[in-house]
Design a protein around this ligand. Structure first.
Ligand code: DX5
Ligand code: ZN
Length: 217
């Protein structure tokens, strides 16, 4: 399966987000990962629908919107209208997870669910059929530049086994947090096919060099 690279603009210069997105497309990114934080679900605050909609004109790449917010069901439509192509909610933030996933499906976006490092993959048992994408957090969400938590590798393997057993190989596993070439390789070997990377990509001398160093064939 081809690996997709989804750079996170959390590590970009927020005063130049449009330019950053344009440069990421030129540098070979497959998807743009957009981290939405509400200061409640996570102890940090980023941007919401108005900023995302102004960024939409800078690229034709899909916007992978990672909602680290409480009560995401209340604002899904606003994110979709702002240009989100993939919408991922946290299982921990949804009281009625299946209903929220069905809402995303009805909006015509790709449906994702994210799991914090301490959340068991068993929360997915009754929603696998509702998903396009499972985002395994490999750090505790809230900040860029943290270290990869090795316990996530087993979780990725277990989810991959479930997908194979259930005949749902088309569902993608995305990993997010502490991704550098070495951790990328471990995640891909365990079954991940979308790699989010923020600080690694933006700290590099060349965006293109960083993106290609994460691709594993
Ligand atoms: C963390 C965010 C990540 C973050 C990853 O809460 O969800 O997408 O940008 O940053 P790095 O790659 O620096 O760990
Ligand atoms: Zn993210």
């Amino acid at each position: 399966m081809a690996v997709q690279i989804a750079p996170s603009i959390l590590s970009a210069d927020f005063a130049k987000l449009g330019e950053a997105i344009h440069s990421l497309e030129q540098a070979g990114a497959d998807v743009i990962h957009i981290d939405v934080m509400d200061g409640h679900f996570v102890p940090n605050l980023t941007f919401g629908p108005p900023v995302i909609s102004t960024l939409r004109k800078y690229t034709r790449l899909p916007f992978d919107v990672h909602l680290m917010i409480e009560n995401p069901e209340r604002s899904l439509q606003a994110y979709r209208d702002a240009g989100a192509d993939w919408i991922t909610v946290h299982a921990e933030a949804c009281t009625h997870l299946q209903r929220t996933l069905a809402q995303i499906r009805d909006m015509g976006a790709l449906v994702g669910v994210a799991l914090n490092p301490a959340t068991s993959e068993h929360v997915l048992d009754y929603v696998y059929e509702d998903l396009d994408l499972i985002l395994v957090m490999t750090v505790n969400p809230g900040f860029g530049g943290q270290s990869f938590l090795p316990s996530s590798v087993k979780k990725i393997q277990r989810i991959r086994e479930q997908l194979v057993e259930r005949g749902l190989r088309h569902v993608k596993i995305e990993v997010d947090g502490g991704i550098v070439p070495e951790t990328a390789e471990r995640c891909v070997n365990a079954g991940a096919s979308i790699l989010v990377a923020g600080s690694y990509v933006f700290r590099a001398n060349s965006l293109g060099g960083a993106i290609s160093s994460l691709r594993i064939h």
